[in-house]
Design a protein around this ligand. Structure first.
Ligand code: BG6
Length: 540
């Protein structure tokens, strides 16, 4: 029998009637992820009975700017996003049902009149759909626009601070939350000027991934793992988030750049884009102490404690424990693809803009690997190796727990042919699931040993695909469940941990980063980082 995790929590999980107001509603994230996520929630019949989506922002496409009918414009854009990216294929009946609840208010985030138009639209949508003026504002906008947007929401009477169960106001803040500790604090402060902490949901979509959530269940709903989950039995942990895509997409036949995130990524890099948030959050769930309940703040306390226990790094530690790299031209799935610096130059050339001085020979890292320690009793002396990068040989993310070797007696008596260690791997994506590598006897009269994999695969195990992370998280906000969102203290603690690395790199002012060819597993320095400990990166 399936136990609903939410039922195990003291509070009932019930998405409440509301309108979802997406700032940046015709932007890239809304097109690829948010609107397809809400469509899927509608197909699955889990949205509140009274619900609508209102997108807000200056149209980012020519089509949007020219259209006389903004609602039709956003419906077409949503339909296109769903056709391309939806987990479940577009179905005409479901689409018609979804389209009627989708609206667009064009306007600039700094323009008070636009907020009044937004308010008028929300009031009429409330009436049409029987929504009790409850709103979830999703800020899918760059951090520099956050302050202005929340201030305008407040000024125009759209923030209800009272702890109202019916006509509530909540805000979802997308990453990046700042670009360093100070700017993150500023974003937190600016949002707090209009919204209380209990109304604020800082999203990290990795926390909505099925397999990341399953880590908690695996650890605390099975009696065999927790007793082994410590430095006595675990040799080390590897967390990998590998992406095959680069920062830009190319039409390789014409050699044309067709889409690029250079505008966001250049100067940001893998440390700020992936490590400070997604990877540290996954690390927290893998390493946290058992929470005493599933109440959001109890779980979040347990997670933030891991961040507090991370061993801080001095400049010297950074040199020894952290490696960065940048992709150069190489081959991805047998096809030649350009290097990062070429993408940067091409990006500015296509926009007819001069190359900013710091981008002439960009030192933005597209790969980062590090060895970290968690200084508490459970993890004393156990290295956690983290690595993430773009243009690696494949898209594959996992948490791998490698157990200690068996004593060098009996089956492991010959040091020159060591036994394969036991490894428990949680595959975050793709092929979500878990596997356990154990040593077994090969059938036959002789005692010959062979490593075998015990496999669990979500899709075949449960006969259906897992919901996308954004589906789960948007629903969580409507159900007022903040468990899988980052509290302000966690955001700050994560920044505090990575700041010495960013500061050190800034001071170092290297002219070139360690390079790796597209389609390889990062620079050679990353191998040295783990091999000097007598260990190896896993082959994925
Ligand atoms: C985003 C990063 O937060 O996560 C992207 O900005 C990255 O650079 C993406 O590609 C990865 O998410 P996923 O769900 O595709 O693994």
């Amino acid at each position: 029998m399936a136990l609903d995790l939410a039922l195990a929590a003291p509070k009932t999980y019930l998405p409440q009637p509301c309108s979802l107001v997406i700032f940046g509603g015709d932007g890239d994230l809304a097109w690829r992820k948010l609107l397809p996520a809400v469509y899927n929630l509608n197909v699955d019949g889990v949205l509140p009975s009274h619900f609508a989506v209102v997108c807000f922002g200056l149209p980012s496409t020519e089509a949007g700017r020219n259209t006389a009918n903004p609602d039709e414009y956003i419906r077409e854009r949503a339909r296109d996003g769903i056709m391309r990216f939806s987990r479940q294929p577009l179905d005409e009946d479901h689409w018609q049902d979804f389209a009627r609840m989708l609206f667009f208010v064009p306007g600039s985030f700094g323009d008070s009149r636009a907020y009044m138009q937004l308010k008028t639209k929300l009031d009429s949508v409330d009436q049409q759909f029987g929504i009790p003026s409850s709103r979830v504002f999703y800020l899918s906008i760059p951090p520099q626009l956050v302050q202005m947007s929340v201030a305008n929401l407040g000024k125009n009477g759209m923030v209800n601070k009272a702890d109202e169960p019916v006509a509530f106001t909540r805000v979802i803040v997308e990453k990046p939350i700042g670009t360093d500790l100070d700017s993150a604090r500023a974003v937190i402060r600016n949002v707090a000027a209009a919204f209380d902490e209990h109304q604020t949901y800082r999203i990290d979509h990795y926390l909505g991934k099925e397999t990341v959530q399953n880590l908690l269940v695996l650890r605390f709903a099975n009696s065999i793992f927790e007793p082994l989950w410590n430095s006595k039995y675990i040799d080390h942990v590897q967390i990998t988030v590998a992406e095959d895509e680069g920062v830009s997409q190319w039409d390789l036949e014409t050699n044309q750049m067709i889409a690029s995130r250079i505008g966001y990524y250049e100067g940001v890099g893998a440390m700020r884009d992936m490590l400070q948030n997604h990877m540290l959050q996954v690390l927290c769930i893998a390493a946290m102490e058992p929470p005493h309940s599933l109440l959001p703040n109890v779980v979040r306390d347990a997670k933030v404690n891991v961040l507090h226990c991370l061993r801080p790094m001095t400049a010297r530690d950074v040199k020894e424990n952290v490696v960065r790299g940048q992709y150069i031209e190489g081959s991805e799935y047998g096809v030649r693809v350009p290097g990062y610096r070429h993408e940067v130059r091409e990006f500015y050339r296509m926009r007819n803009e001069p190359l900013p001085p710091h981008s002439v020979n960009s030192t933005t890292e597209t790969f980062v690997a590090m060895r970290v320690f968690i200084d508490n009793w459970r993890w004393s002396g156990v290295p956690f190796y983290l690595r993430t990068g773009k243009r690696l040989p494949k898209r594959a993310s996992e948490v791998a727990i490698q157990f200690k070797d068996v004593p060098q007696v009996l089956f492991n008596a010959k040091p020159e042919i060591p036994l394969e260690p036991t490894v428990l791997t949680l595959r975050v994506q793709p092929e979500e699931g878990l596997s356990m590598r154990i040593v077994s006897k090969l059938p036959g009269p002789k005692v010959r040993l062979y490593p075998v994999q015990m496999e669990f695969n979500y899709a075949s195990g449960f006969g259906r695909t897992s919901p996308e992370a954004y589906e789960r998280l948007i629903l969580d906000v409507m159900a007022e469940d903040a468990t899988n969102f980052m509290r302000a203290d966690a955001v700050e603690a994560a920044w505090k941990f990575v700041m010495p690395m960013l500061d050190h790199w800034k001071q170092e002012r290297v002219l070139n980063l360690p390079e790796y060819q597209c389609g390889t597993w990062g620079p050679i320095e990353a191998n040295n980082l783990i091999e000097k400990d007598g260990r190896q990166w896993r082959t994925l």
